[in-house]
Write a protein that binds this ligand. Sequence first.
Ligand code: NAP
Ligand code: MG
Length: 483
Amino acid sequence: MADALTMYIDGRWVHAHDGATIEVVDPSTGRVIATVPAAGAVDVDIAVRAARRASDDGTWGSAVAERERSRIMFRMAELVREQRDELAELEVRDCGKPLADARGDIDEVAFMFEYYAGWATKISGDIPPVGPGAMSLIVKEPVGVCGLIVPWNYPMMMAAQKMAPALAAGCTVVLKPAEQTPLTALRLAAIAEAAGVPAGVVNVVTGIGAQAGGPLLVHPMVDKISFTGSKDVGKHIQRTCADQLKRVTLELGGKSPNIVFADADLAVAVPGTCNGVFGNQGEVCSAGSRVFVDASIYDETLQAMTDFAAGITLGSGLDPATTMGPLVSAVQRDRVNGYIESGRTEARLVFEGQRPSDPELSGGYFVAPTIFESTSNTVRIAREEIFGPVMTVIPFRSVDEVVALANDTEYGLAAAIWTRDIGRALRTARSVRAGVVWINDSQPAPTETMWGGYKQSGIGRELGPYALDAYLESKHIYINLAN
Ligand code: NAP
Ligand code: MG
């Protein structure tokens, strides 16, 4: 019998008001491993009212000493570290990724709480000069109650990436994890509780997007929505939130270019490019899934990438030999297979890897690494986000041509550039319209830096001090000194 888990609302562990549940599935086997509450508008309302109260009465926000907030957040980081192996294993069972990757995620989660615990005591305003007869104070205040809606590809990390800066800023939160991956979000609530976060400050509502996330968008007591997920849901969120002019930040999808120039060090560029597409099973918003290769090195580079892909081992994320796990769900597997079918008709299939042979994994949602080549950037597999282990390789002949191809997309999340020529690297980096550009690397996103997209990849920035802006309001206090 799978565990029937509860969710965390106003400091209590509760079922949905009507007892509804959803199943949580291990994607490597297709077996149900737990159930969680399927929250609806009634449950969300209780969570939001608790968060509102904790925001308005100063339980957490401006009336609580920053040092106390900071101390509690450092304690959360410590608890994440203490439970690291258990959390990593839970993440693998929930979303399928290899254990080593999950451990990396959990380490970054711990660091995110440390990093923003430090910021909690360093958020300050300004005193602009306004002449001798007056004084102006620009002060920063928490935006209030924040609805945090996250996807399933880095479940705990996405939750922490929003929760840590929100708490540091003095906000209270209602977190809605993806329906496929609620387990580590619930553990994060338990960690907040154990660390001494007061009731109402952190709430986690599990369930289906429209039913558990939807009510956050329209609830008048929610001040802000921070969303990471697909472009289409992002647009729905922005439209819906416009009604109450809620603050909205969006981290959406991508179709990121990966550019390999003729002078690149292929010993670095090939594994880097492949990891940038196949890492995390390709379920990465910033995956460099459009691979542009200089025509003069095209054949050898494509061969080397194929060899790399052939070395990827699919299996259960808990098996140490595994370098690629299953996709998160049957729906996602079918979606990615649909793109592979489309690729067969509009491009040339260069490589397709093997699914695992272990009968234990026959019900798992595996899709093998797949490489297509195309002479065109206009085919569907080069335009739409696939969110699976599918690479499209396209040759180019000049810098101008490849910059135009790189920018010929509605997205603008990330880009990777491989070259030994630093001038060309930086010129290309400035010409590509993307929020993150890697030179001779792909995918690093340290917490201290910045994350976010141009164009239809999003609005706003996360990580580093930039994330704090999303959870703060600025207030001008003007003092007449003449009387
Ligand atoms: P999704 O379908 O957009 O879902 C994201 C979250 O929104 C889930 O919690 C989902 O709940 C919820 N949701 C869905 N419909 C909703 C509604 N009507 N109202 C309120 N909430 C709603 O995305 P996904 O399939 O989970 O994740 C993949 C996408 O995320 C990709 O497009 C990827 O590029 C993007 N992503 C972006 C970043 C970034 O930093 N830019 C990072 C990671 C992922 P359900 O789980 O019930 O659907
Ligand atoms: Mg979804």
